[in-house]
Design a protein around this ligand. Sequence first.
Ligand code: SF4
Length: 88
Amino acid sequence: MKRVEAETRICKKCLIREMAGQEKVYETIQRMIEDIPQGDRTAETERERRLNVCKQCERLLEGMCAACGCYVELRASLTAQSCPYERW
Ligand code: SF4
């Protein structure tokens, strides 16, 4: 049986910002978030509330929502977006 290295394991409860080896992806997501016009960007407290819900969700997989395919850190940063399962 082939041994799975720690770096290649699927993280079911991680956001991109928490995953080792995903720094470049996180930087890209951060840049995209910074480019969101202020009026369309979710307030920090609400964004963190949304992300905490995602972290408890069985559909979070390697920072992505298995329901919609979005990086949840980006989706949660857009005021007009919502959880496809209405959890936030
Ligand atoms: S957006 Fe909704 S369905 Fe997707 S991971 Fe977050 S809480 Fe779960």
